[in-house]
Write a protein that binds this ligand. Structure first.
Ligand SMILES: Nc1nc2c(ncn2[C@@H]2O[C@H](COP(=O)(O)OP(=O)(O)OP(=O)(O)O)[C@@H](O)[C@H]2O)c(=O)[nH]1
Ligand SMILES: [Mg+2]
Length: 230
């Protein structure tokens, strides 16, 4: 399904801005997107993220609370700042996690293809939390089945993954953080989908809105002077 990523969509890592203008107030990026990773403990969320942002090959420790990773990429000739929120699967029963959903442009729901309960928990618990707590109602979701390198231990078929994605009305991709296969592709897929939603693009715009606010303030002062508002 993720193979549907448009060929015209170019995507590459960007080096940090070196121009002094970036630190002098002009935006260092065109858009800033918040991407949240959720799913049961040990499904591989942190591993996927680590492989996306670096060549690191070490085993991540279980996440405590939430961890953040930032990466700048170029997509469709725009500079994007991705702030990725890596949540702790074991916090599923906590209440603090609800705030993590606030303002997310994209949510990646991860399960382990060798652990069936991680798949059922996604459909019965995590997906419901997304509906309850995400504040961007057009927020893009992506279902990810990880650890396909362990094919002999597979407990969830590709077809079942695709069926759940259809039910959740989202894209689907299988990957393995171990060999990095399809890891970059899944981030490319979610960014591409965010680009297709104008309201999300507007919310993620890095362009300062100050001139508009100033114009509105002037208009309201003018109105008060004219006695039309009390
Ligand atoms: N074989 C295999 N192992 C993986 C893969 N991805 C992650 N793992 C292993 O699975 C274990 C858990 O990975 P994490 O990335 O810490 O899982 P997590 O979802 O971040 O877990 P929490 O932080 O507890 O929510 C680690 O031992 C990883 O090395 C994969 O694609 N294949
Ligand atoms: Mg983790």
């Amino acid at each position: 399904m993720a193979a549907a990523a448009a060929s015209s969509f170019n995507f590459s890592s960007a080096s940090p801005p070196s121009t002094p203008s970036a630190s002098r107030g002009s935006p260092a990026h065109d858009y800033s997107f918040k991407i949240l990773m959720i799913g049961d403990s040990a499904v591989g969320k942190s591993s996927i993220l680590l492989k996306f942002i670096s060549d690191a090959d070490h085993d991540p420790s279980p996440t405590i609370g939430v961890d953040f990773k930032i990466k700048t990429v170029i997509a469709n000739d725009k500079r994007l700042k991705l702030t990725m929120w890596d949540t702790a699967g074991q916090e599923r029963f906590g209440t603090v996690t609800t705030s993590y959903y606030r303002g997310a442009h994209g949510i990646i729901l991860v399960y382990d293809v060798t652990k069936r309960d991680t798949f059922t928990n996604l459909s019965e618990i995590w997906a419901k939390d997304v509906e309850l707590y995400s504040t961007n109602h057009e927020c893009v979701k992506l279902l990810v089945g990880n650890k396909v390198d362990k094919d002999s231990e597979r407990a969830v078929s590709r077809e079942e993954g695709m069926a759940l994605a259809r039910r959740l009305k989202c894209s689907f991709i299988e990957c393995t953080a171990k060999s990095r296969e399809s890891v970059e592709q899944l981030f490319r897929e979610i960014i591409l989908k965010i680009f297709e939603v104008p309201t999300l693009l507007e919310k993620g715009s890095g362009v300062p809105k100050t001139p508009t606010i100033r114009a509105e303030r002037q208009a309201s002062q003018q109105g008060r002077r004219n006695g039309c508002c009390s």
